[in-house]
Design a protein around this ligand. Structure first.
Ligand code: HEC
Length: 445
């Protein structure tokens, strides 16, 4: 038998199979359970579940069906999922949930077909958010000692609550999350550690909310709550709840150190929402199993001595620090207020080469995302970290509270800040006082 006639029936068969598969794919409608639900789980539900930062849940078919048209619009315009890092930096971030054009096309096709449900048997296993926590079920939940009463109106100064941990041993924290009971009044919150011996906020009461005294000579822009003077480098951030940010992710063999006898210091910025409201914020902690291989440490790089001229559309400043100890950089994020325009973080390596770690060319105050490196960055001793920030204090900035004033560092959103918050992974025994070059002991406010 000639070879060709032996092959023919086989190839005809393959041809028909291919045509059949293509036709089938075209005719098989895109359904929620089969095609859309897995996408929503992976790209949307961390924020779109009850009690989290997004205005509505997208956990079930019923939820998503109701929002189908808006979903199509938001994903088509690239507004959701939110993502502000410039791809030109050529970094890969673990938490980049951007949809591919094929995925966007699939969502559009689903909505255009009338958002069909499909067969529930096709559904993936549901994602679980125990009691709403993003970090999983906490090993320990620390509530504020008393609910805080937020007035209906007015500006509310940063409020602090010192909560003693009563930890008798050093503890290692794998993940921490701040959950307000009243999201609509919480503008942001930061959970700091106050290590034994720190003079920061000494003399203020424990277990009750207070507003620290203003620092003399700062026009009320700085208070004794700022860690600038008395704090030690070990008084680090353990968690933050800022617009658009998710709880921080660190690898399983890594933990934040909470020294025995430390206090938690919760800084909360409440904003009035038109009616008197009560908030009881809770802190959730997941502990490492045993002593982790590495320590996670939250470093901040920034500067506070800027003066942004009135009307300036592109006022820039920068801050830099040199590492005196090897660091693995896990993630980094920009922080500015309403005039924030752009921020870049670069690493200049001892061999002279350099790279951009993140570039956020269109900074949005509402999306202060952490950029979590897919491959953590190994920064040898001598690496210089350089942050550059730009503000738009002109009338072109629609969020500008007042283009006619000179703007300085300050707590409130109509004042400014310039910080890059970075999560370092370091050797457990690193002495924090030797982490930076000697004349750069403190990298920022
Ligand atoms: C990082 C958190 C986050 C992720 C991830 C996210 N969203 Fe959102 N989403 C929000 C927040 C917060 C809002 C409200 C503020 C806004 O509209 O910018 C919102 C608003 C929306 C709206 C508009 C709702 C309205 O009131 O009109 C739609 C639609 C939406 N998201 C769909 C999605 C879809 C679809 C995905 C996944 C592909 C997604 N989101 C991923 C946080 C998120």
């Amino acid at each position: 038998m000639p070879v060709s006639s032996f092959l023919r029936p086989f190839s005809v068969c393959v041809f028909f199979l291919t045509v059949y598969a293509a036709a089938h794919a075209e005719n098989s409608p895109v359904t929620f359970h089969k095609d859309i639900e897995p996408l929503l789980q992976d790209r949307c539900q961390t924020c779109h579940h009850p009690g989290d930062i997004a205005p509505m849940s997208l956990l079930t078919y019923k939820d998503a069906r109701q929002w189908a048209k808006a979903i199509k619009e938001y994903v088509s315009l690239g507004k959701m999922p939110p993502w502000y890092a410039d791809p030109s930096a050529h970094q890969h971030y673990q938490n980049d949930k951007t949809l591919s054009s094929a995925e966007i096309q699939q969502i559009r096709a689903w909505v255009d077909a009338g958002a069909p449900e499909g067969d529930p048997k096709d559904a993936p296993l549901p994602r679980n958010f125990p009691d709403g926590w993003n970090i999983g079920k906490p090993d320990l939940i620390v509530p504020m000692p008393k609910p805080y009463q937020i007035p209906a109106q007015g500006t509310i100064a940063y409020t602090y609550v010192i909560i003693p941990t009563h930890f008798k041993h050093d503890m290692w924290v794998q993940a921490a999350e701040i959950r307000p009971s009243s999201r609509s009044t919480m503008h942001h919150s930061i959970l700091f550690l106050r290590t034994p011996g720190s003079k920061w906020l000494a003399g203020y009461p424990k277990n009750q909310a207070f507003v620290p005294k203003p620092r003399p000579g700062t026009d009320g822009r700085s208070s004794e709550g700022d860690r600038t003077e008395e704090g030690s480098l070990a008084d680090e951030w353990l968690a933050s709840y800022v617009p658009g940010q998710r709880p921080w992710i660190v690898p399983p063999d890594t933990g934040f150190l909470v020294k025995a006898g430390s206090d938690f210091v919760l800084q909360i910025h409440y904003t009035a929402n038109g009616k008197p409201t009560e908030d009881l914020t809770r802190i959730g902690l997941v502990f490492c199993q045993g002593v982790p291989a590495k320590r996670a440490y939250t470093a901040t790089l920034g500067r506070g001595d800027f003066a942004i001229p009135p009307g300036d559309p592109n006022y820039q400043t920068d801050a830099a620090v040199t590492l005196a100890t090897p660091v693995t950089l896990l993630s980094a994020s920009p922080h500015m207020h309403l005039r924030g325009k752009a921020m870049t973080l670069n690493a200049v390596y001892p061999n002279g080469s350099s790279e951009t770690l993140f570039s956020v060319p269109h900074y949005s105050f509402n999306w202060q995302q952490m950029y979590v490196f897919e491959t953590p960055k190994l920064l040898p001793v001598g690496t210089r970290l350089e942050a550059t920030a730009a503000w738009d204090n002109s009338t072109n900035n629609p969020f500008n509270p007042d283009p006619k004033v000179e703007v300085h560092w300050g707590d409130q959103s109509w004042e400014e800040m310039m910080l890059s918050v970075m999560i370092f992974q370091i050797d457990r025994h690193t002495d924090l006082d030797h982490i930076y070059a000697p004349d750069e002991k403190r990298a920022s406010n």
